[in-house]
Design a protein around this ligand. Structure first.
Ligand code: NAP
Length: 287
């Protein structure tokens, strides 16, 4: 089925891969790369844009993604992550478009101790997490019948600064690396997420979906695996989350254990997400 898709934040790390996958499938795409093309904090502009293009679905890849920076600029983060999402939902309501809103594992506090599924209660700890969770709620309220909320985690892809590339670069230049051994994540390749987002756009059923690589790992396992796959022998040492927080003093609190279980995709028979190791292998091969 050929869809008319409008991608917001199309120039970002995820947005670039969403546009590439949509083009590969032959959809009709309006790709709005940046806030210059469409500023989603401007309701009038958002409504005018949707009235002009009347898409079947909008994929919102635009967000305030600077987690630590959001702590000192909460208003700007909330305006983009919460209000911007609400603007898109209101405009979609008028044009009867679906809205695919991308969200994050940072809506959880990390205290569960195991993977979060879609029916676990959010409890964001940071401004970023709270603003994204508010965006989710506004989208659900405004567009109850035509929303898809896709929560993802620890993205890496060829079109943005990401930890996989950072680890490879650091392993080439530093005598050793240190990573946290008790922070547990589901690292996710943007290309795999883009595939699922477009599958959901084709077979939409309103709701919240977790979309992250299968399996989980500590940051230490993640770093060791990348260094090994890059053919390097740089030692990767472990530290604890508590030590990291005490030393680096990040501005925003982070969930320590926040892998995502893909319950909704599994129930719907739509889980195409690869194992995290296979995803990294295929990313490194393509670079
Ligand atoms: N990165 C991660 O590890 C991660 C993890 C979990 C969830 N997520 C979620 O995944 C989604 C995509 O993240 P990403 O890392 O791909 O983001 P990104 O690379 O930071 O891209 C964000 C995009 O949003 C655009 N943008 C910023 N302000 C805007 C505005 N006012 N109006 C319209 N567009 C605006 C940016 O364009 P300009 O700045 O050029 O205007 C850019 O194209 C986000 O919803 C994020 O919360 C990300």
């Amino acid at each position: 089925m050929r869809l008319r898709l409008l991608v917001v934040g199309a120039g970002g790390m995820l947005g670039s891969d969403v546009v590439a996958e949509a083009e590969r499938r032959g959809h009709d795409i309006v790709a709005l790369a940046s806030r210059t093309a469409l500023d989603i904090t401007d309701l009038t502009a958002v409504c005018a844009c949707l009235r002009l293009h009347r898409p079947d679905a909008v994929i919102n890849c635009a967000a305030w993604t600077n987690v630590d920076g959001a702590q000192s600029e909460p208003e700007a983060a909330w305006r983009l992550n919460a209000l911007g999402a609400a603007h898109l939902a209101a405009a979609c309501s008028e044009t009867r478009s679906w809205l695919i809103q991308v969200s994050t594992d940072f809506v959880f506090d990390g205290e569960k101790g195991s993977a979060y599924h879609e029916f676990d209660a959010p409890n964001p700890q940071s401004v970023y997490g709270a603003s994204k969770e508010a965006g989710e709620r506004l989208v659900r309220q405004t567009l109850p019948d035509r929303h898809l909320i896709a929560r993802t985690s620890f993205l890496y892809g060829p079109h943005g600064k990401n930890l996989v590339d950072t680890i490879v670069r650091a392993a080439l230049t530093r005598p050793s690396l240190t990573f946290v051994e008790d922070q547990i994540i589901s690292p996710t390749h943007t290309a795999d997420l883009a595939t699922v987002l477009l599958n959901l756009a084709t077979e939409p059923l309103p709701g919240t979906y977790h979309v992250a690589s299968a399996g989980q790992c500590s940051l230490l396992e993640f770093a060791k695996f990348i260094v090994g796959e890059a053919g390097l022998a740089t030692p990767v040492l472990g530290t604890t989350f508590a030590q990291y927080v005490a030393t680096a003093k990040p501005a925003a609190p982070r969930p320590r254990v926040s892998p995502l279980e893909r319950k909704m995709l599994t129930l719907r028979g739509m889980d195409t997400m690869p194992d995290w190791k296979d995803a990294i292998r295929s990313y490194l091969k393509r670079r």
